[in-house]
Design a binder for this molecule. Sequence first.
Ligand code: ZN
Length: 329
Amino acid sequence: MSRPSPALRPAPIRLIDSHAHLQAGAFAWDLAGVIADAREAGVERILVPGWDAGSSAAAVSLAGEWEMDAAVGAHPHDAALVTDADWAAIVELARASVVVAIGETGLDYDRLHSPRKAQLANLRRHLRLALDTGKPAILHCRSAAGKRDAQDALIAELRSAGFGGAAARDAFGDRPPAVLHSFSGPVDYATAALEMGISIAFGGLVFRQSEEASAEVARLVPAELLLIETDSPYLAPPGVPRHKPARGARAGAAGTLAASGAVGASAAPTEAATPATDITARFRGRRNSPEWVRITAEWLAKQRGESPDTIGAGLVAAYDATFRRRSTV
Ligand SMILES: [Zn+2]
């Protein structure tokens, strides 16, 4: 992507991105530039979650290399594909010091790439791993349009696993035991999660039709439980420019990482595998990346009647209170 000169860029505000799949093939050729752009926009923290065993290992490598944080786990789309060896690898990775959370996992009853039974079994073992490690669970939750069955099932699973009760207090102390990533759902689902002390993260979904409840939820989340994210390379908010792919492999650390296998030729979580060189094929020219978290931050500030600067400082504090930070982007 051609980078605008600093004079044309808006003044940075303090930001975080609590969910960016920077190990995805979409970033294989220009990761160094993506991270530099994020820093220039003011992003101080980036959390890279895995979606299966391979992408979790890549998240751990990347976080170590670039002073970011990682999460390890298996996405509900992949729930039926996780082998015993995959799960053993995820449990082992969960002990790494750069791993600050377990996920992403959760329930997706919209697309149902894995049967519900497999998704529930996958979710339950992640919740146990979160309790065992004291690292909060990062939860994806989507129902088909007009439905809320996944959200209702998720709240029931959290309660029966002991979230909001003594088990979670023992494991997490004052910290949130989980994060509702890329929030989607009705207001009372949000309040049920907040009563368990769970954080809520807003991303590009808030700009979609049928997600109108998010504006009301954005106003009621206490600052200490409020997070923001991109879900890069997905969910580009309005205003993200079309991505111009680099001509050929761009030299630099990202290319080196890809060549060494640290990034891996990981397929992105919800899309078919595409060669890493073909960045635009999957994103139709609108690849999300951490610098664009600013667009959602401005939306969030407007909903809450705060200035972007004030909200940014609060988001950094909430990130540090939710995840046990060890490094800075
Ligand atoms: Zn994700």
